[in-house]
Design a protein around this ligand. Structure first.
Ligand SMILES: NC(=O)c1ccc[n+]([C@@H]2O[C@H](COP(=O)([O-])OP(=O)(O)OC[C@H]3O[C@@H](n4cnc5c(N)ncnc54)[C@H](O)[C@@H]3O)[C@@H](O)[C@H]2O)c1
Length: 390
């Protein structure tokens, strides 16, 4: 990798943009040159708050020194904005989901391929220490052949904390499209692609009350299901149950459990990078899995609840920047994101149409990060962390 960092722009200066700007500041390989937004005031405010440049969207896309543009707009705008970025001659890295339909995602990947440009997509949490340690353990056959498992992400929803939560409760929102990318990406990284999906869905509450920000107290209509139960069959033959809901106050279920012929594995929350997995061989006591040899497990963020977590969001962009320079595939790829999106949308479609859906897309598992071996990625965060993300 050359000494000079790759210049990167950001379109979309909302809640998540701060984490990206802080994350990028920890890498010597990328530099956030400017930020833009459809709302000029939002981009100017973020530019001065975070000490990065401001640009109008067209200015950013015409800037020859910028190679990657990160799309942090709302899901319904992802396809339009990412297409504009590709047409502007830049590689794009999008927040999840890649788009809100496979019909939009395929031409986007096609256009990028025709122009020799990369499409990358969040989540990149599967690159974190906990998920890479689980991947190594499964690939080493520690729990034998994976027969099945369970995944669940259950909570009360997003309106309590997000100042503009409308998009979560509209078509294109809901728990499956919002949090599902973390879980399905983690499962595809661990087990490979999904072959079939069947699901049911319901809506727990017709309205939600915004709990923070300028609009606190305002009621918004719920226009998408907020609870899903699904069954996934992987190409490997493994079967998983998946429950996703924003109608649950409290529960005692693990994020991901994997059952193999020789043991079971508890995979930590795929929204973060560094929690501790647990494994049991043939029904013995649960043993903590040592993740310390893997990169990106360091706890660097305090959640509102006080919980300390590892959050290295943006390492997917850094891996893409390095991959472009090194002429190798990047890990958080458009192909992976398209397959994940296909599975997520199939969950909704199966529930709406009461039928089993065969998944049309497939993808390769992203290459793993071996402990201590992938120095180019390992060195990315060797600079001191500038502080906690609020
Ligand atoms: N908020 C989180 O904690 C979080 C975490 C992980 C991922 N994400 C994902 O990140 C994305 C953004 O989420 P957020 O919470 O920051 O949303 P947000 O609503 O806070 O911000 C989105 C920003 O995009 C801008 N925007 C919308 N349409 C645009 C367009 N066509 N062109 C340019 N700018 C446009 C808006 O003006 C706004 O400033 C979503 O895809 C979301 O799923 C959010």
């Amino acid at each position: 990798m050359s000494a000079s960092p790759m210049n990167v722009g950001i379109i979309g200066c909302g809640v998540i943009s701060t984490a990206y700007i802080r994350g990028a500041a920890r890498s010597r390989h990328i530099h956030i040159k400017s930020v833009a937004d459809i709302r000029e005031d939002a981009a100017r405010a973020q530019s001065s708050a975070m000490g990065v440049g401001y640009a109008a969207i067209d200015e950013m896309l015409a800037d020859p020194s910028i190679e990657i543009v990160i799309n942090l707009t709302v899901p319904n705008a992802h396809a339009e904005v990412s297409t504009r970025i590709i047409k502007g001659g830049k590689h794009v890295y999008s927040e999840k989901p890649l788009t809100v339909s496979v019909k939009e995602a395929r031409p986007l990947l096609q256009l990028a391929a025709e122009r020799g440009l990369r499409v990358g997509c969040a989540p990149d949490t599967f690159l974190g220490a906990s998920h890479q340690a689980c991947r190594a353990l499964l690939d080493d056959g520690k729990i034998g052949t994976v027969l099945g498992g369970a995944a669940s992400f259950l909570s009360r929803g997003m309106e309590a904390w997000h100042p503009n939560p409308d998009f979560f409760f509209r078509p294109g929102g809901g728990p499956v499209l919002d949090l599902g990318p973390y879980y399905i990406t983690a499962l595809v990284n661990l087990l490979g692609p999904v072959r079939t999906v069947t699901a049911t869905a319901s809506t727990g509450y017709p309205t939600r009350k915004i709990g923070s920000g300028d609009r606190a107290g305002e009621e918004i209509a719920v226009e998408t299901p907020t609870s899903y139960s699904a069954l996934l069959t992987f190409e490997s033959g493994a079967r998983f149950s998946l429950d996703a809901s924003w109608d649950v106050w409290k529960h005692q279920r693990s994020p991901i459990e994997i059952y193999g012929t020789e043991g079971s594995l508890l995979v930590p929350d795929p929204n973060f990078f560094g929690d501790e997995p647990k494994v049991t061989e043939r029904g013995g006591d649960w043993q903590a899995v040592d993740i310390s040899a893997f990169a990106f497990g360091e706890r660097n963020r305090t959640l509102r609840t006080g919980r300390e977590v590892a959050d290295h969001r943006s390492i997917g962009v850094v891996d893409m920047a390095l991959a472009i320079r090194q002429g190798r595939p990047h890990r958080a790829s458009g192909e992976l994101a398209l397959h994940v999106l296909d599975v997520l949308l199939a969950i909704g479609r199966s529930a709406a149409e009461s039928r089993v859906i065969e998944i049309g897309s497939s993808c390769d598992r992203p290459p793993p990060l071996s402990p201590g071996l992938d120095e180019t990625v390992f060195e990315v965060f060797d600079q001191p962390h500038p502080g906690k993300v609020a």
